[in-house]
Design a binder for this molecule. Structure first.
Ligand code: GDP
Ligand code: IMO
Ligand code: MG
Length: 421
């Protein structure tokens, strides 16, 4: 049995905190896509930790954490993260497993990401520059190197062959940065990787499921960044939606039980691309400040705006969301009025479906205003009654989406999560 936790917006919905919260109820926590472009924040005691590659269940002693084949893995980031996590007394030999089919991010993938972005000028995606796009291109282009390949005697020669290919591409971009230091780090990190548990991920997970173990699949990025269904081309390079769980772990769709979709009580986006409800005014600034909306991976300020129910409904549909978790409700505490986007106005027409492309057209959000709760909600404990106006906000969203909010996160803390259903 597999439950999935994934983001319904443009990433950074608070997945890390939510996975960490629920991890205690599962035997395996598995990442199925994405790579170090992800930045999942959680707290261990009062210590803040941002995970990029390792699943967010790693601080639960009993849980096994699996990096699935659908992930692209940067050994250098992994190595640093392993050191951080081990510093908390976590025994990675016991609880971290990596699928041998997982593709590797090479130093030249990072260089290619940077060179490609630079060449795009104003049209740049706003990539995290972690090499994600080029690594997935090498996977689908059937060139990439996989974790299992590091055991092969021919690994170095395959690496050199691919590097040469990348170099020719880099030359066309006139990319001249010296990446020899990155390569040195890479090969040091490969040595660490050899010492970790490398497994056949699909047999590993299916055998566990067959013996009754419970799996929690942890999504990275968000549904609106999905390569197929996101705001293309301003997306990431993997399938971030629930369908990605099957090919990212090697499991059958009938194993999936709940799909828990995480959304902020408002909306953010980092990087380029369409964002219909973005606020360029003092309200947007207040959301950024109150919500500390700065990227966990790149530190960039996140673009902020009101909740977009058109995009959320679309995300619920393509993911088969069964329960919604609404995070950062406390950030809205001081707003007297809240706006919910219920439709888009495009070229004089009101639409409630996500258009084929959103970049070349002007999209104006149609808002439904609702009174804010205007009380401090961060102190609320499980079982406490919700402020009436917060209940109204929740009811409006449930009614629009046809899927209910089951949990509200009212602060970054590990236990700041209210079960409301
Ligand atoms: P992820 O990528 O989806 O895991 O999200 P990030 O970690 O990138 O960003 C979420 C940020 O919001 C982190 O700094 C969290 O500590 C913080 N956070 C999560 N839930 C809440 C919440 O309910 N309230 C507040 N104020 N902050 C939260
Ligand atoms: P988590 O898992 C928010 C964005 C980048 C850029 C686009 C493509 O923390 O929610 P990429 O590096 O994948 O080529 O960048 O996607 N992006 C994210 N935005 N949260 C993330 O991950 C993201 N991962 C990528 O900003 O716009
Ligand atoms: Mg993040």
């Amino acid at each position: 049995m597999i439950d999935v936790i994934l983001g319904l917006q443009w990433g950074d919905e608070g997945k890390g905190k939510i996975v960490d919260y629920f991890a205690k109820g599962y035997d395996i926590i598995a990442r199925f896509q994405g790579g170090p472009n992800a930045g999942h924040t959680l707290y261990v005691g009062d210590k803040k930790i941002v995970l990029h590659q390792i699943p967010s269940g790693v601080f639960h002693e009993k849980a096994i954490n699996l990096i699935g084949n659908g992930v692209v893995l940067d050994p250098v980031t992994l190595r640093k993260e392993c050191e951080t996590v081990a510093g908390f007394g976590v025994n990675l030999k016991k609880n971290l497993f990596i699928a041998e089919r997982t593709h590797l991010i090479l130093p030249t993938h990072r260089a290619l990401d940077k060179a490609a972005e630079l060449s795009k000028g104003n049209e740049k995606i706003g990539s995290t520059l972690k090499g994600i796009g080029p690594a997935y291109m090498d996977k689908t282009g059937r060139n990439g190197l996989r974790v299992g390949d590091i055991r092969d005697k021919s690994f170095i020669s395959s690496y050199i062959k691919l590097r040469l290919k990348h170099q020719r591409l880099l030359d066309t971009y006139a990319f001249e940065e010296d990446i020899s230091a990155w390569e040195e780090e890479f090969f040091e990190a490969i040595e660490l990787l050899r010492d970790l548990n490398i497994v056949n991920g699909e047999y590993f997970i299916n055998q566990k499921i067959a013996s009754g173990k419970k799996v929690l699949a942890e999504g990275a990025q968000g549904s609106m960044l999905d390569i197929d269904f996101g705001t293309f081309p301003f997306v990431t390079s993997s399938n971030t939606i629930s369908a990605g769980v099957c090919n990212g772990l090697g499991v059958a769709p009938q194993q999936i039980r709940d799909v828990l979709g995480v959304t902020k009580a408002y909306c953010t986006r980092v990087g380029g691309g369409p964002f219909p409800t973005e606020l360029h005014d003092a309200t947007g600034e207040l959301l950024r400040k109150t919500g500390s909306e700065f990227g966990a991976t790149t530190g960039r300020p996140r673009r902020c705006g009101w909740i977009d129910l058109v995009a959320l409904k679309f995300a619920c549909m393509i993911n088969g969301v069964t329960k919604i978790i609404m995070t950062k409700a406390d950030v809205l505490d001081e707003f007297p009025t809240l706006n919910l986007c219920t439709a888009y106005s495009v070229g004089g027409k009101t639409v409630s479906e996500i258009p084929f492309q959103m970049t070349r057209m002007k999209i104006d959000p149609v808002y439904e205003p609702i009174a804010g709760w205007n009380t401090v909600s961060s102190g609320l404990q499980n079982g406490d009654p919700l402020p009436e106006k917060m209940k109204n906000y929740v009811a409006f969203i449930n009614n629009y989406l046809g899927v209910d909010i089951h949990y509200i996160s009212n602060g970054p803390g590990r236990d700041q999560l209210l079960t409301i259903k």
